[in-house]
Design a binder for this molecule. Sequence first.
Ligand code: BTN
Length: 246
Amino acid sequence: MNITILRFDTIDSTNSEALKEARHGADEGLCVVARQQTAGRGRMGRTWVSPPNSGLYFSVVLRPKFDVKYLPLITLMSGVAVYDTLAEFGLKPDIKWVNDVLINDKKVCGILAETTDTDKGLAVVVGIGINLKSSNFPLEIANIATSLEAELDRSVTPFELENSLVKFLNYWYEMLCLENGRGEILRAWQQRSSYYSNKNVRVSLDNEILTGTTDGLEANGALRLKRADGTLAIIQAGDVERLRVE
Ligand code: BTN
């Protein structure tokens, strides 16, 4: 992938800008990075609070040529790339299905993949937000989120992080595009996530809540959940929360 970086001081959302660029024909590998976002968004219509220089706000345009049924693996691949980036800084991250990267059970990174039709075919934008500082966290996330500064006891610039992230995204995306690459991504995710199997979780779906134990992933990255009665649920999309056994 040929990496080109478009930098903004302030932008509504790097994902919105990358989707726009993709519709205007941007090649795979175009990245959008901003110092702050005024309308950063997360999954399920949530807001991603993005004050100046407090996080890495990053989006990349991809134009995958593989079967659309494997598109969900792009989110898993991105989680693996973020994991490796943080590990390079000496941290010990974890990945919570499907898109959260955690340190000591607190969220340090969120990933939002969005698709758009373009004249050159389907484009996928992967948006990655990594918390660099905790000082601006809104009250409601202060207890469940963390930042690189809090974990490392030193400040990290967006630029330091960006170099490493781009390197690992490039590596793992090229892997995903190979014929046998999908299995490699699933294996890499398994090695890095404590949520892969045997984790007691509650899963919130659109209109129901399931509880059970995680039991690996399907070939397209969907989560297998074993319920208490032994039946298996395949989760394509949902919010996973760890259940602590009292
Ligand atoms: C989530 O955990 O809900 C996903 C959060 C994704 C946030 C990033 S920040 C860069 C990119 N631009 C956005 O508007 N969102 C993503």
